[in-house]
Design a protein around this ligand. Structure first.
Ligand SMILES: Nc1ncnc2c1ncn2[C@@H]1O[C@H](COP(=O)(O)OP(=O)(O)OP(=O)(O)O)[C@@H](O)[C@H]1O
Ligand SMILES: [Mg+2]
Length: 450
């Protein structure tokens, strides 16, 4: 079972809370904004019986019970047992007469250039519907190197983005940049009690984390039995500095939002890949697929095999370089160059004198990254490349990447074959979709994991 470190004892760490917290965290690798999750746990604890009809969490409650009922029943107090007993007959059932409501959170991706938000709901079959999304600019240098440099400006940008989103939901999932997180897989004896496991995790973390444990939040997830020794389990330990988490939570709270989940960008991309896989033959089963997310300043490479991440890396390549070239070539300010680039509103010579070299250079970087992956892993071939990020929209980049790599290349669209709310402009959504991978992965997070 999962557990948490650095839990605020003031909330009262009763047996009930522990169990509910474990249920809630079961599939979420990071709950580093622990205070926020615990608040939710406490509320659930009080409102559990009422959640069925009164709250959005109707479906979540069924799901918990279906999957974890037995485990929970053996370990909870009398009160929780009673509640779970009441819920038992409904566990896992779908009710035709109760409209399933979305248990999902708003996914909020705070990037170097913008605030991206996505809101999904789930239909009765568990399929996602796109309710709303927004990409709203952020003040220059308010975020630097993935850190919040100006709390007020970032908070204001989130507030503006949320208003533009037009959703009533206020509960959000955020992510830390992968580079801000230390993760380590270790093997521990399977028969450790939860408390002993937590102690062992702390001891292991001490060896790998170059900071005092007081300065970090640690979370861990038991992944399953260790391949070579059935008496051990693989445990993923994840740690990040508290200040990085607190800054992100503060900017969201400053905008009036409730942070429920603090994820990691890589995990959010992995979650969103399940939407992208629908674009691939056989839904990507048994295939090796490279997802290349090229943003303004960073290119992230994620290699998925059979829908699991097997490799990830990032490098400093992105659309900012093209903006700078446009600035120099056409004597424009950064803002003018950025706007003209996005709107395709540049002199004809842009297409002959500026863009081709940039496209070829980017394609070469992708080809190198793919080559590097192949030479440093057990994999011998890549079946598809999916281009994501704002730069995926650059005309001709997909063809250039395909010719350089000889790998089938297409543009990632997480909204592909997804139902959309009537107010979404579908053509614009298809253009914006590649830049929304992380926000989509976060928007798939539930308050209670299904
Ligand atoms: N239609 C377009 N044509 C060319 N470039 C575009 C287009 N749309 C977006 N871009 C470029 O994509 C980049 C932004 O992409 P994205 O939104 O994925 O970045 P980001 O997530 O904010 O940045 P990062 O991930 O590096 O922090 C910018 O450089 C922008 O100019
Ligand atoms: Mg990005």
């Amino acid at each position: 079972m999962n557990s948490k470190q650095n839990l605020p004892q003031s909330h009262g760490d009763t047996e009930n809370n522990k169990i509910l917290r474990n249920l809630i965290n079961r599939n979420v690798l990071l709950g580093m904004a622990s205070n926020y999750k615990i608040t939710m746990v406490l509320r659930l604890n009080i409102e559990f019986g009422f959640s069925l009809c009164l709250r959005d969490s109707v479906v979540e409650v069924y799901a918990i019970c279906a999957e974890d009922f037995k485990k929970a029943k053996n370990q909870t107090s009398f009160l929780s047992k009673l509640i779970l007993l009441i819920l038992q007959p409904w566990a896992g059932l779908k009710f035709g007469f109760i409209k399933e409501k979305s248990p999902t959170l708003i996914g909020v991706d705070i990037t170097s250039t913008s605030i991206k938000m996505v809101a999904f709901s789930r239909d009765a079959n568990g399929q996602y519907q796109l309710d709303a999304y927004v990409i709203s600019p952020i003040a220059n240098l308010a975020m630097t190197d993935g850190n919040v440099a100006d709390l007020e400006k970032v908070s204001d940008a989130i507030s503006v983005a949320w208003k533009l989103l037009g959703s009533r939901k206020k509960r959000v999932a955020l992510a830390l940049p992968s580079a801000a997180v230390i993760s380590k897989k270790v093997s521990l004896p399977a028969d450790l009690s939860e408390d002993d496991m937590a102690l062992q995790v702390e001891a292991e973390a001490n060896q790998y984390i170059p900071f005092s444990l007081d300065e970090v939040n640690i979370d861990f997830q038991v992944l399953g039995p260790t391949a070579k020794n059935k008496e051990d389990v693989d445990v993923l330990i994840v740690a990040a500095r508290k200040e990085k988490i607190e800054d992100r939570v503060a900017v969201a709270e400053g905008a009036g939002l409730d942070v429920v989940v603090m994820d990691v960008e890589n995990y959010a991309t992995e979650a969103a890949y399940s939407l992208l896989a629908k674009q691939l033959p056989d839904h990507g089963q048994e295939q090796t697929v490279v997802v290349v997310d090229i943003g303004a300043s960073t290119m992230h490479i994620h290699v998925m095999h059979d829908c699991q991440t097997v490799y990830s890396r990032e490098q400093n390549v992105g659309g900012d370089q093209l903006t700078q070239q446009i600035q120099t070539h056409f004597a424009m300010s950064a803002q003018e160059a950025e706007l003209a680039k996005r709107q395709g509103n540049l002199p004809d010579t842009y297409l002959s004198e500026v863009l081709p070299a940039f496209v070829q250079n980017l394609a070469m970087e992708v080809a190198r990254a793919v080559q590097f992956f192949l030479s440093s892993s057990q994999y011998h071939q890549v079946d598809h490349i999916l281009l994501a990020g704002g730069c995926a929209s650059i005309a001709g980049l997909d063809n250039a990447v395909q010719s350089r790599t000889n790998v089938h290349t297409l543009i990632a669209n997480p909204f592909n074959s997804m139902r959309m709310s009537a107010k979404i402009k579908t053509q614009q959504a298809a253009l914006d979709a590649p830049a929304l991978l992380i926000a989509c992965g976060l928007a798939m997070r539930s308050e209670v994991p299904l």
